[in-house]
Ligand binder design. Structure first.
Ligand code: ADP
Ligand code: MG
Length: 593
C-alpha cells in the first residue's frame, strides 16, 4: 500500500534528458537513423553539397557536413533543445508541411545518446559556434571560424544506453542500412552533390545531376536504356522511372517511392505499381522503380510514424488510380519499343478457356487418326511435346515411390503425367527441379562439401554498393554452397564457380538475386533462416524451366532424384511438387460413386 502511494501519488515531470532518451528510442533506432535525420536537416537548410563520413558502420563516427544556411549561436543552442524547430510554428503549419523535419526532436534525441559536436557558421558570417554535448549535457560552447554551413559529428552512439548498444548489428549490416538511407536521399535529390566515405574510402561521389536517371544508374549499375519514363500529371503527379520487364528483382527492395520528396513505404502505392506490372512481369518478380508522387500537402499526413517512412493519404483510391494509370501508360511505351511481335503477356485470360478446350478436342480427334495410342494423344491434345510412352516402370529405378511410377506423358508444358497403380500422379517438372536443387544446396552446405562447377571463363558482375557489401560479408557462407565469388575491387565481383545443382545460364542474375535477398532479409533473419531463403532463391536458377523439353532418361533421373527428398521438410516456395488424384476421386468425377 505504502509502496503504491509513494510510487503513484505524486506526478513528476520527467527530467529533460530522460525525455530525450525516450524520444531517441523512437527516432534513433540505429546509425542509419542518425544519418537520415542529419541529412534531412542539411537538405532543409538548403545545402547543395553534403558530405557524410562514417567510421565502423557508424558506431565510432557519423559526420555530416553541409554548405547550407548555418545557424547563429542562439539558434545553434536552441536547436539542441526539445521541440525547438525553425520549421513550423502553428497547428495550420502542421498540415502543410513542406520541409523534411518538423518535430524539433532529432538533434536533442541524438545528442542524448551520443557525444555530439555541432559546428556551424551562418550565412554572411565568417565565424560561428561550436558546441560539444556528451550524453545530452553541454560541455563546451565556443566560437570558431570556418566556411558557411554546418557540421554535425556524432561519436560513440548509444555509449550511455548499453541495452541499445547491444542491439547494433555487424559493421557491414549497419553500413548497408546507412548506404540504403543515403541512396534514397541521393535518388530524391539528384541536384545535391553527395560524397560518402567509410573508414576513409569513398563509397559514393555523386556529382550534382540535373537528371534523375543518370544519378540512379550511377548508383544501381544498370543501363539507362533499360528504364521507361513514368509521367502522368493530374491532381496527383506521378513521375520517375521504371525498369522494363526484362530487368527485374526477386524482392521489392529496388522499388523506391517518394511522396513530396520523402521516401515512403506505402502499401497502396506499392500495390498499384505491382498490380500494373503483373501483366508483363512473372509472379514473384518485381521491377526496379523510382516513383515520385506530388500530392497536395493538405491531402497527406506525414505525422504518422516517428521515422516518418509512413504517410497517410486522405484519398487512397485516387492515389491508387493515379499510380496504376501512370505505370500502365509507361509499360505501353515498352511494348511499343519492343515491337508488336513481342508479347510479354503472362496472364492467361480466362475468357479463352472454352476456346482452348474445343481446340484441344479438335486436335485430339485429328491425332486419333494418325495412329498414336489413345493416352499418348490425349497428352498431345494440349498442344505439348508428345512423349515416348513408357508403360513400364522407369529403368534404373531406385525403388522409391517416384521411381515406381509409370510415365504416361506430359501436359501443360511442365506437368509429367504418371500412373501409380490405379491412381494418377501429376508432377510439376520445374517445381521438382527446384525442390531437388534446394535440397542439394542445403545438404552440401550442411556437409560443407560443395559440388561445384568451375567456370571456364569467370563471370564479372557489378553490384550496387550496399548489396556488394553484403555479398562480401557472406562470401565464405556462399562458397560452402559451391558458389565461389571473389571481390575484385570497387563494385566488381568475379564469379569463379557455381553449384552443380544450378544452371549456369544466368549467373549474374543468380548473384544479383542473392544480393537482393541478402539485403532484403539478411538483416532480420537468423543465419539458418537466411540460408534457407538463399537456397530457395538459388534453386529458382536450377537447370530446367517449366516448358523445357525433357527426354525419357531425364524424366527417369528426375523421378529417382525425387525419391531422395524428404517431403516432410519445408518447401522453398510452398508450391506443391506433385499432386495425386486417386481412383476414387476420378470415379467421383465421372459420377460413378
Ligand atoms: P527539425 O528538423 O524537426 O526542426 P531537428 O532537431 O532535426 O528538428 O533540428 C532542429 C533545428 O535545428 C531545425 O529546425 C533547424 O532550424 C536547425 N538545424 C538543424 N540542423 C541544421 C543544419 N544542418 N543547418 C541549419 N540548421 C539546422
Ligand atoms: Mg530534423
Amino acid at each position: 500500500m505504502c509502496y503504491h502511494t509513494s510510487q503513484m501519488g505524486i506526478i513528476n515531470l520527467l527530467p529533460e534528458n530522460l525525455i530525450n532518451q525516450i524520444a531517441a528510442g523512437e527516432v534513433v533506432e540505429r546509425p542509419a537513423s542518425v544519418v537520415k535525420e542529419l541529412i534531412e536537416n542539411s537538405i532543409d537548410a538548403g545545402a547543395t553539397e553534403i558530405i557524410v563520413d562514417i567510421e565502423d558502420g557508424g558506431r565510432k563516427l557519423i559526420r555530416v557536413t553541409d554548405n547550407g544556411c548555418g545557424m547563429s549561436r542562439e539558434d545553434a543552442l536552441l536547436s539542441l533543445q526539445r521541440h525547438a524547430t525553425s520549421k513550423i510554428s502553428t497547428v495550420t503549419d502542421l498540415f502543410n508541411i513542406s520541409t523534411l523535419g518538423f518535430r524539433g526532436e532529432a538533434l536533442p534525441s541524438i545528442a542524448s545518446v551520443s557525444r555530439l559536436k555541432l559546428a556551424t557558421v551562418p550565412k554572411g558570417s565568417i565565424s560561428g559556434t561550436s558546441i560539444q554535448i556528451d550524453g545530452g549535457r553541454v560541455v563546451e560552447v565556443k566560437e570558431f571560424g570556418g566556411a558557411v554551413g554546418t557540421t554535425i559529428e556524432v561519436r560513440d552512439l548509444f555509449f550511455n544506453t548499453p541495452a541499445r548498444l547491444k542491439f547494433m548489428k555487424s559493421t557491414a549490416t549497419e553500413l548497408s542500412h546507412i548506404t540504403e538511407t543515403i541512396t534514397r536521399m541521393a535518388i530524391s535529390y539528384p541536384s545535391i552533390r553527395f560524397i560518402y566515405n567509410h573508414n576513409g574510402s569513398p563509397i559514393y561521389n555523386l556529382p550534382s545531376s540535373k537528371d534523375l536517371l543518370s544519378r540512379v544508374c550511377g548508383m544501381i549499375k544498370e543501363e539507362e536504356k533499360s528504364f521507361l519514363p513514368v509521367s502522368l500529371s493530374s491532381k496527383i503527379n506521378v513521375s520517375g522511372y521504371l525498369s522494363g520487364p526484362d530487368i527485374n528483382r526477386p524482392t521489392q527492395k529496388s522499388i523506391y517511392i517518394f511522396v513530396n520528396g520523402r521516401f515512403v513505404r506505402d502499401r497502396i502505392i506499392l500495390h498499384a505499381l505491382i498490380d500494373a506490372c503483373r501483366t508483363v512481369m512473372e509472379k514473384d518478380r518485381y521491377p526496379l522503380a523510382f516513383l515520385f508522387l506530388d500530392v497536395p500537402p493538405s491531402d497527406v499526413d506525414v505525422n504518422v510514424h516517428p521515422a516518418k517512412s509512413e504517410v497517410r493519404f486522405k484519398k487512397t483510391d485516387e492515389i491508387h488510380r493515379a499510380v496504376y494509370a501512370a505505370v500502365s501508360e509507361a509499360l505501353k511505351g515498352w511494348t511499343a519499343r519492343k515491337g508488336s511481335g513481342q508479347s510479354y503477356e503472362f496472364r492467361t485470360p480466362d475468357s479463352n478457356y472454352q476456346e482452348r478446350v474445343s481446340e484441344a478436342i479438335g486436335r485430339y480427334a485429328a491425332n486419333q487418326g494418325s495412329g498414336v495410342g489413345g493416352q499418348g494423344s490425349a497428352v498431345g491434345a494440349y498442344g505439348n511435346t508428345p512423349l515416348q510412352l513408357t508403360h513400364s516402370p522407369v529403368q534404373g529405378s531406385s525403388g522409391g515411390f517416384f521411381s515406381s511410377l509409370t510415365v504416361l506423358g506430359r501436359v501443360g508444358g511442365t506437368y509429367i503425367v504418371c500412373s501409380a497403380g490405379n491412381d494418377l500422379c501429376l508432377i510439376d517438372q520445374h517445381a521438382a527441379h527446384e525442390r531437388i536443387a534446394f535440397e542439394r544446396l542445403k545438404k552440401t552446405y550442411r556437409d560443407s562439401r560443395p559440388e561445384s562447377q568451375t567456370l571456364l571463363i569467370p563471370e564479372i558482375v557489378d553490384l550496387p554498393q550496399s548489396e556488394g557489401m553484403l555479398i562480401r560479408e557472406h562470401l565464405e557462407v556462399l562458397s560452402r554452397t559451391g558458389l565461389e565469388v571473389e571481390h575484385f575491387g570497387g563494385d566488381t565481383f568475379v564469379i569463379k564457380s557455381v553449384p552443380t545443382a544450378l544452371s549456369n545460364k544466368n549467373i549474374r542474375g543468380l548473384v544479383r538475386d542473392i544480393a537482393d535477398e541478402l539485403a532484403h532479409s539478411g538483416r532480420t533473419k537468423s543465419i539458418d533462416e537466411l540460408m534457407e531463403r538463399l537456397f530457395s532463391r538459388m534453386a529458382c536458377h536450377s537447370a530446367v524451366e517449366g516448358g523445357d523439353y525433357m527426354d525419357t532418361r531425364e524424366i527417369a533421373a528426375l523421378l529417382s532424384d525425387l525419391d531422395s527428398i524428404d517431403f516432410s521438410s519445408n518447401c522453398p516456395h510452398g508450391r506443391p511438387v506433385f499432386v495425386m488424384l486417386s481412383q476414387v476421386e476420378i470415379e467421383k468425377m465421372f459420377g460413378r460413386r
